[in-house]
Design a protein around this ligand. Structure first.
Ligand code: SF4
Length: 316
Protein backbone atom coordinates (compact mmCIF):
# COMPACT_ATOMS: atom_id res chain seq x y z
CA UNK A 1 0.00 0.00 0.00
CA UNK A 2 1.34 3.36 -1.05
CA UNK A 3 0.89 6.85 0.32
CA UNK A 4 -1.39 8.55 -2.19
CA UNK A 5 0.17 11.16 -4.48
CA UNK A 6 0.03 14.66 -3.09
CA UNK A 7 -3.23 16.58 -3.29
CA UNK A 8 -3.05 20.32 -3.78
CA UNK A 9 -6.10 22.46 -3.16
CA UNK A 10 -6.60 25.58 -5.24
CA UNK A 11 -6.39 29.04 -3.72
CA UNK A 12 -10.09 29.90 -3.87
CA UNK A 13 -11.38 26.63 -2.49
CA UNK A 14 -14.64 27.46 -0.73
CA UNK A 15 -13.49 25.73 2.42
CA UNK A 16 -9.87 26.78 2.34
CA UNK A 17 -8.12 27.70 5.52
CA UNK A 18 -6.55 31.16 5.69
CA UNK A 19 -3.64 31.43 3.32
CA UNK A 20 -4.06 27.73 2.57
CA UNK A 21 -1.72 27.72 -0.36
CA UNK A 22 1.11 29.37 1.53
CA UNK A 23 0.60 26.73 4.17
CA UNK A 24 0.72 24.02 1.50
CA UNK A 25 4.02 25.54 0.46
CA UNK A 26 5.11 25.46 4.09
CA UNK A 27 4.02 21.82 4.24
CA UNK A 28 6.11 20.98 1.19
CA UNK A 29 9.08 22.68 2.80
CA UNK A 30 8.42 20.92 6.10
CA UNK A 31 8.00 17.53 4.45
CA UNK A 32 11.56 17.76 3.26
CA UNK A 33 14.58 17.13 5.39
CA UNK A 34 14.65 19.88 7.97
CA UNK A 35 18.33 20.61 7.47
CA UNK A 36 18.06 24.36 7.24
CA UNK A 37 21.76 24.93 7.57
CA UNK A 38 22.92 23.54 4.26
CA UNK A 39 26.33 24.86 3.24
CA UNK A 40 25.33 24.95 -0.43
CA UNK A 41 24.34 28.29 -1.91
CA UNK A 42 20.73 28.61 -3.07
CA UNK A 43 21.56 28.56 -6.79
CA UNK A 44 23.86 25.55 -6.51
CA UNK A 45 21.25 23.83 -4.38
CA UNK A 46 18.52 24.31 -6.99
CA UNK A 47 20.75 23.17 -9.83
CA UNK A 48 21.52 19.99 -7.91
CA UNK A 49 17.78 19.30 -7.71
CA UNK A 50 17.04 19.53 -11.43
CA UNK A 51 18.16 16.12 -12.66
CA UNK A 52 14.81 14.39 -12.00
CA UNK A 53 16.35 11.77 -9.72
CA UNK A 54 14.07 10.63 -6.87
CA UNK A 55 15.49 11.99 -3.62
CA UNK A 56 14.44 11.96 0.02
CA UNK A 57 17.05 14.41 1.28
CA UNK A 58 15.79 17.77 0.02
CA UNK A 59 16.72 20.71 2.21
CA UNK A 60 14.72 23.86 2.81
CA UNK A 61 17.22 26.09 0.96
CA UNK A 62 16.98 23.79 -2.07
CA UNK A 63 13.17 23.98 -2.12
CA UNK A 64 13.23 27.72 -1.48
CA UNK A 65 15.65 28.13 -4.40
CA UNK A 66 13.21 26.29 -6.68
CA UNK A 67 10.39 28.67 -5.69
CA UNK A 68 12.66 31.61 -6.54
CA UNK A 69 13.57 30.48 -10.08
CA UNK A 70 12.22 32.71 -12.87
CA UNK A 71 8.74 31.43 -13.77
CA UNK A 72 9.63 30.21 -17.31
CA UNK A 73 12.71 28.36 -16.00
CA UNK A 74 10.72 26.71 -13.23
CA UNK A 75 7.95 25.56 -15.59
CA UNK A 76 10.50 24.34 -18.15
CA UNK A 77 12.32 22.20 -15.58
CA UNK A 78 9.07 20.89 -14.08
CA UNK A 79 7.78 19.86 -17.51
CA UNK A 80 11.12 18.30 -18.48
CA UNK A 81 11.24 16.28 -15.25
CA UNK A 82 7.57 15.34 -15.62
CA UNK A 83 8.40 13.77 -18.99
CA UNK A 84 11.16 11.67 -17.43
CA UNK A 85 8.62 9.79 -15.31
CA UNK A 86 5.19 10.15 -16.96
CA UNK A 87 3.48 10.32 -20.32
CA UNK A 88 2.76 14.09 -20.45
CA UNK A 89 -0.55 13.53 -22.27
CA UNK A 90 -2.03 11.36 -19.53
CA UNK A 91 -4.13 12.61 -16.62
CA UNK A 92 -5.31 10.23 -13.97
CA UNK A 93 -9.07 10.35 -13.40
CA UNK A 94 -10.03 9.68 -9.78
CA UNK A 95 -13.46 9.78 -8.21
CA UNK A 96 -13.84 10.65 -4.54
CA UNK A 97 -16.85 9.51 -2.52
CA UNK A 98 -17.65 10.59 1.02
CA UNK A 99 -18.61 7.30 2.65
CA UNK A 100 -19.15 8.91 6.06
CA UNK A 101 -19.89 12.63 6.10
CA UNK A 102 -19.70 15.19 8.91
CA UNK A 103 -19.61 14.98 12.70
CA UNK A 104 -15.82 14.66 12.87
CA UNK A 105 -14.35 15.23 16.35
CA UNK A 106 -11.26 16.94 14.92
CA UNK A 107 -11.19 20.75 14.63
CA UNK A 108 -9.37 21.32 11.31
CA UNK A 109 -10.03 25.00 10.62
CA UNK A 110 -10.61 24.50 6.90
CA UNK A 111 -13.09 21.66 7.14
CA UNK A 112 -16.89 21.90 7.02
CA UNK A 113 -17.13 18.33 8.37
CA UNK A 114 -15.75 19.22 11.79
CA UNK A 115 -18.32 18.96 14.61
CA UNK A 116 -16.62 22.00 16.20
CA UNK A 117 -18.15 24.40 13.67
CA UNK A 118 -21.74 25.15 12.71
CA UNK A 119 -21.51 24.77 8.93
CA UNK A 120 -25.07 23.57 8.36
CA UNK A 121 -23.77 20.19 7.23
CA UNK A 122 -25.84 17.19 8.28
CA UNK A 123 -23.76 14.34 9.73
CA UNK A 124 -24.40 10.95 8.14
CA UNK A 125 -23.59 7.41 9.22
CA UNK A 126 -21.21 5.19 7.31
CA UNK A 127 -22.75 4.28 3.93
CA UNK A 128 -23.91 0.75 3.24
CA UNK A 129 -21.48 -1.40 1.24
CA UNK A 130 -23.95 -1.91 -1.64
CA UNK A 131 -24.50 1.83 -2.02
CA UNK A 132 -20.74 2.44 -2.17
CA UNK A 133 -20.29 -0.26 -4.80
CA UNK A 134 -23.10 1.23 -6.87
CA UNK A 135 -21.22 4.57 -6.83
CA UNK A 136 -17.99 2.80 -7.78
CA UNK A 137 -19.69 1.13 -10.76
CA UNK A 138 -21.05 4.51 -11.87
CA UNK A 139 -17.57 6.05 -11.54
CA UNK A 140 -16.07 3.26 -13.64
CA UNK A 141 -18.74 3.75 -16.31
CA UNK A 142 -17.94 7.48 -16.35
CA UNK A 143 -14.26 6.76 -17.03
CA UNK A 144 -12.60 6.75 -13.60
CA UNK A 145 -9.66 4.39 -13.05
CA UNK A 146 -9.29 5.04 -9.32
CA UNK A 147 -11.99 5.22 -6.64
CA UNK A 148 -11.23 7.01 -3.38
CA UNK A 149 -13.36 6.63 -0.25
CA UNK A 150 -13.22 9.35 2.40
CA UNK A 151 -14.61 9.18 5.93
CA UNK A 152 -14.80 12.05 8.43
CA UNK A 153 -13.15 10.28 11.34
CA UNK A 154 -10.28 11.05 13.68
CA UNK A 155 -9.46 7.38 13.26
CA UNK A 156 -11.64 4.40 12.31
CA UNK A 157 -13.15 2.10 14.92
CA UNK A 158 -12.30 -1.51 14.24
CA UNK A 159 -15.92 -2.46 13.40
CA UNK A 160 -16.10 0.40 10.88
CA UNK A 161 -12.77 -0.64 9.43
CA UNK A 162 -14.17 -4.08 8.65
CA UNK A 163 -17.01 -2.50 6.67
CA UNK A 164 -14.50 -0.33 4.79
CA UNK A 165 -12.41 -3.43 4.02
CA UNK A 166 -15.50 -5.05 2.47
CA UNK A 167 -15.93 -1.92 0.34
CA UNK A 168 -12.28 -2.04 -0.70
CA UNK A 169 -12.59 -5.67 -1.74
CA UNK A 170 -15.73 -4.88 -3.75
CA UNK A 171 -14.24 -1.85 -5.51
CA UNK A 172 -11.08 -3.79 -6.30
CA UNK A 173 -13.20 -6.58 -7.82
CA UNK A 174 -14.64 -4.00 -10.23
CA UNK A 175 -11.15 -3.48 -11.64
CA UNK A 176 -10.64 -0.04 -10.10
CA UNK A 177 -7.62 1.11 -8.14
CA UNK A 178 -8.59 1.71 -4.53
CA UNK A 179 -7.73 4.64 -2.31
CA UNK A 180 -8.97 5.68 1.12
CA UNK A 181 -8.69 8.55 3.55
CA UNK A 182 -10.04 7.56 6.96
CA UNK A 183 -7.97 9.52 9.47
CA UNK A 184 -5.19 8.20 11.64
CA UNK A 185 -4.40 4.49 11.51
CA UNK A 186 -2.65 2.09 13.85
CA UNK A 187 -0.15 -0.26 12.30
CA UNK A 188 -2.54 -3.27 12.48
CA UNK A 189 -5.29 -1.21 10.82
CA UNK A 190 -2.93 -0.26 7.98
CA UNK A 191 -2.03 -3.92 7.55
CA UNK A 192 -5.71 -4.92 7.55
CA UNK A 193 -6.49 -2.42 4.78
CA UNK A 194 -3.54 -3.63 2.77
CA UNK A 195 -4.76 -7.23 3.11
CA UNK A 196 -8.19 -6.15 1.83
CA UNK A 197 -6.56 -4.82 -1.32
CA UNK A 198 -6.20 -1.10 -0.64
CA UNK A 199 -3.73 0.37 -3.13
CA UNK A 200 -3.30 3.90 -1.78
CA UNK A 201 -3.87 5.77 1.46
CA UNK A 202 -4.25 9.54 1.56
CA UNK A 203 -3.28 11.37 4.72
CA UNK A 204 -2.90 15.13 4.56
CA UNK A 205 -0.03 16.73 6.43
CA UNK A 206 -2.17 19.91 6.46
CA UNK A 207 0.63 22.38 7.10
CA UNK A 208 4.10 22.67 8.59
CA UNK A 209 4.82 22.05 12.29
CA UNK A 210 5.23 25.81 12.86
CA UNK A 211 1.65 26.54 11.70
CA UNK A 212 0.03 23.38 13.02
CA UNK A 213 -1.55 24.91 16.14
CA UNK A 214 -3.12 27.65 13.99
CA UNK A 215 -5.02 25.08 11.96
CA UNK A 216 -5.68 22.09 14.24
CA UNK A 217 -5.59 21.76 18.01
CA UNK A 218 -6.97 18.22 18.39
CA UNK A 219 -3.88 16.41 17.12
CA UNK A 220 -0.20 16.96 16.55
CA UNK A 221 1.86 17.08 13.36
CA UNK A 222 3.71 14.08 14.77
CA UNK A 223 0.42 12.10 14.82
CA UNK A 224 0.13 12.54 11.04
CA UNK A 225 3.71 11.45 10.45
CA UNK A 226 3.08 8.37 12.60
CA UNK A 227 0.16 7.31 10.39
CA UNK A 228 2.22 7.87 7.24
CA UNK A 229 4.91 5.66 8.73
CA UNK A 230 2.31 2.98 9.48
CA UNK A 231 1.01 3.14 5.91
CA UNK A 232 4.50 2.95 4.46
CA UNK A 233 5.36 0.04 6.68
CA UNK A 234 2.45 -1.79 5.34
CA UNK A 235 -11.43 33.05 8.58
CA UNK A 236 -9.84 34.80 5.87
CA UNK A 237 -9.57 33.41 2.41
CA UNK A 238 -6.65 35.10 0.87
CA UNK A 239 -6.95 35.52 -2.89
CA UNK A 240 -3.65 34.08 -4.02
CA UNK A 241 -1.88 34.68 -7.25
CA UNK A 242 -2.55 31.73 -9.60
CA UNK A 243 1.11 31.86 -10.63
CA UNK A 244 2.04 31.12 -7.02
CA UNK A 245 -0.23 28.09 -7.23
CA UNK A 246 1.39 26.93 -10.49
CA UNK A 247 4.82 27.46 -8.92
CA UNK A 248 3.77 25.17 -6.06
CA UNK A 249 2.78 22.46 -8.55
CA UNK A 250 6.08 22.85 -10.41
CA UNK A 251 8.16 22.65 -7.23
CA UNK A 252 6.21 19.58 -6.11
CA UNK A 253 6.88 17.95 -9.49
CA UNK A 254 10.62 18.67 -9.34
CA UNK A 255 10.93 17.61 -5.69
CA UNK A 256 8.83 14.44 -6.13
CA UNK A 257 9.49 13.48 -9.77
CA UNK A 258 7.70 10.11 -9.77
CA UNK A 259 4.70 11.00 -7.58
CA UNK A 260 1.24 11.62 -8.96
CA UNK A 261 0.36 15.29 -8.31
CA UNK A 262 -3.39 15.77 -8.07
CA UNK A 263 -5.44 18.95 -8.32
CA UNK A 264 -8.06 18.53 -5.61
CA UNK A 265 -10.56 20.93 -4.01
CA UNK A 266 -11.02 24.35 -5.56
CA UNK A 267 -10.78 23.55 -9.28
CA UNK A 268 -14.31 24.89 -9.76
CA UNK A 269 -12.94 28.36 -9.04
CA UNK A 270 -9.88 28.00 -11.28
CA UNK A 271 -9.78 29.22 -14.86
CA UNK A 272 -9.13 26.72 -17.63
CA UNK A 273 -5.92 28.60 -18.37
CA UNK A 274 -4.67 28.12 -14.80
CA UNK A 275 -5.51 24.42 -14.92
CA UNK A 276 -3.68 24.12 -18.24
CA UNK A 277 -0.59 25.73 -16.69
CA UNK A 278 -0.85 23.29 -13.79
CA UNK A 279 -0.80 20.35 -16.22
CA UNK A 280 2.23 21.85 -17.98
CA UNK A 281 3.92 22.31 -14.58
CA UNK A 282 3.50 18.62 -13.79
CA UNK A 283 0.03 18.03 -12.32
CA UNK A 284 -1.25 14.72 -13.69
CA UNK A 285 -4.34 13.79 -11.75
CA UNK A 286 -7.73 15.33 -11.04
CA UNK A 287 -10.67 14.41 -8.90
CA UNK A 288 -13.51 13.75 -11.31
CA UNK A 289 -17.20 14.13 -10.58
CA UNK A 290 -19.42 16.97 -9.39
CA UNK A 291 -18.67 16.73 -5.66
CA UNK A 292 -15.56 16.23 -3.49
CA UNK A 293 -16.80 15.02 -0.11
CA UNK A 294 -18.75 18.23 0.55
CA UNK A 295 -17.11 20.63 -1.92
CA UNK A 296 -18.41 21.34 -5.44
CA UNK A 297 -16.19 20.20 -8.30
CA UNK A 298 -16.44 20.80 -12.06
CA UNK A 299 -18.93 18.57 -13.88
CA UNK A 300 -17.66 15.53 -15.76
CA UNK A 301 -18.59 16.96 -19.15
CA UNK A 302 -16.68 20.15 -18.41
CA UNK A 303 -13.55 18.24 -17.38
CA UNK A 304 -13.62 15.94 -20.40
CA UNK A 305 -14.04 18.96 -22.69
CA UNK A 306 -11.04 20.67 -21.06
CA UNK A 307 -8.84 17.56 -21.40
CA UNK A 308 -9.91 17.27 -25.04
CA UNK A 309 -9.05 20.93 -25.74
CA UNK A 310 -5.59 20.35 -24.29
CA UNK A 311 -5.04 17.02 -26.08
CA UNK A 312 -4.84 15.15 -22.76
CA UNK A 313 -6.20 11.66 -22.18
CA UNK A 314 -7.22 9.62 -19.11
CA UNK A 315 -4.37 7.56 -17.66
CA UNK A 316 -5.00 3.79 -17.90
FE1 SF4 B 1 -12.31 17.33 8.37
FE2 SF4 B 1 -10.63 15.24 8.17
FE3 SF4 B 1 -10.12 17.27 9.87
FE4 SF4 B 1 -12.12 15.56 10.36
S1 SF4 B 1 -9.91 15.05 10.27
S2 SF4 B 1 -12.19 17.81 10.57
S3 SF4 B 1 -12.89 15.17 8.29
S4 SF4 B 1 -10.18 17.37 7.63
Amino acid sequence: MTVCGIWIAAPHSRHSAPRLLLRRRAAILAAMDDRTHSHAGAEDAAVRGLDGVIRHDWTRPEIQALFELPFPDLIFHAQRIHRLHFDPREVQISTLLSIKTGGCPEDCAYCPQSAHYDTGLKADKLMEVDAVLAEARAARSAGASRFCMGAAWRSPKDRDLEAVCTMVEGVKALGLETCATLGMLTEPQAQRLKAAGLDYYNHNLDTSPEFYGDIISTRLYRDRLDTLEHVRGAGERGALDPFEFVRTIAVARIAMPASVVRLSAGREDMSEETQALCFIAGANSIFYGPKLLTTPNPGRGHDLALLDKLGLVPMR
